[in-house]
Write a protein that binds this ligand. Structure first.
Ligand code: CUA
Length: 330
């Protein structure tokens, strides 16, 4: 190649590379990472992106140059020159991609091994997915909640199970993602590095309510987490209506139902003060575990998840019934 050709190719590459880099780097494609595992995944993502960018720039520059330089001039009806291959060039364009792919594979393997390395003494939280709700059980506390609470900087193991169809657990800031397959227990390790409330999303098309199958992952400072855990323990120890009040809050009942005693104003489902007034404990229990058996006037069947009977322990369910009866008939 002539020197001027090479200079033009290099110039074009610089322009294309600059433009591609600006698009890749300065557009916030992903939220800032919020976990140690996510940081490693970002590194891998950048390695693959930079390699892809470099290849794109070289190929696009050669293409643009060839289109301009070798275009057919008016009146030029000649055939192009026959080309019979170029062994050296072919060796180079085979060896370089092979090396790059190997580099990505090795880096990926290292990230995978590190991200799946469970350190001793990590916490465990059981995650259940069902059409169309998430629930989180803390075996050490004996409570189940509708929002995921974790402690900043502590590695936690999520044990994921699905009740019905395949769902998928994803917190974009944590990067890690895992399908929940009925009949199996999947596991995911995450070490939160940023406090805050993040969206927890189901990313597997799992039915009509897939789009609303969302919860929150709340990362708390260690002291805040301990205070919350102590509150949960106290309610479990107290039992009865006090535990019931906790269950009402944890299961997210107030998100859909208004209840004066809980100060909730949800309007998706019936106002419980009116709907449960005069109901006996068995009727209250039935409307929790089998919500479609009797549907209040003006509301639709199939909106309230039908799996609270499985999600809540017998003790939690008894306590919730006791609480609701006391709260609506007091
Ligand atoms: Cu569960 Cu989509």
């Amino acid at each position: 190649m002539r020197r001027s050709t090479i200079a033009r190719l290099v110039g074009l590459s610089a322009v294309l590379g600059g433009a591609a880099f600006v698009v890749a780097y300065f557009v916030p494609w992903l939220p800032e990472s919020g976990s140690r595992e996510g940081g490693r995944i970002d590194d891998l993502y950048w390695l693959a992106s930079i390699i892809s960018l470099a290849i794109f720039v070289i190929v696009a520059a050669a293409l643009v140059y060839a289109v301009v330089r070798f275009r057919a001039r008016p009146g030029d009806d000649e055939d192009g020159q026959p080309i019979h291959g170029h062994t050296k060039l072919e060796l180079v364009w085979t060896a370089i991609p092979a090396g790059l792919v190997t580099a990505i594979a090795v880096f990926s393997a290292v990230v995978l091994v590190k991200n799946e390395d469970a350190r001793a003494g990590h916490g465990v939280i059981e995650v259940r997915a069902a059409q169309f709700a998430w629930s989180f059980t803390y075996p050490e506390l004996g409570v189940t909640t509708g929002e995921l609470r974790v402690r900043l900087g502590e590695q936690v193991e999520l044990k994921l199970e699905a009740d019905d169809v395949i769902h998928s657990f994803w917190v974009p800031e944590w990067r890690v993602k895992q399908d929940l397959v009925p009949g199996t227990t999947q596991r995911l390790l995450v070490t939160p590095t940023r406090t805050g409330t993040f969206a927890l999303i189901c990313t597997e098309l799992c039915g009509l309510g897939h789009a609303v199958m969302r919860a929150h992952a709340i990362v708390l400072e260690p002291a805040e987490f301990d205070a919350w855990a102590a509150e949960q323990r106290a309610a479990v120890a107290a039992g009865g209506a006090e535990l019931g009040s906790q269950v009402f809050a944890n299961a997210g009942c107030g998100g859909c139902h208004a209840l004066a005693a809980a100060g909730s104003a949800g309007a998706v489902g019936p106002d419980l003060d009116a709907a449960l007034a005069g109901a006996d404990p068995d009727a209250v229990r039935s409307s929790i575990v089998d919500p479609d058996a009797t549907v209040a006037d003006g509301y639709q069947a199939g909106v309230m998840p039908g799996n609270y009977g499985e999600q809540l322990s017998g003790e939690e369910l008894d306590a919730l019934v006791e609480y609701l009866v006391a709260a609506t008939q007091g």
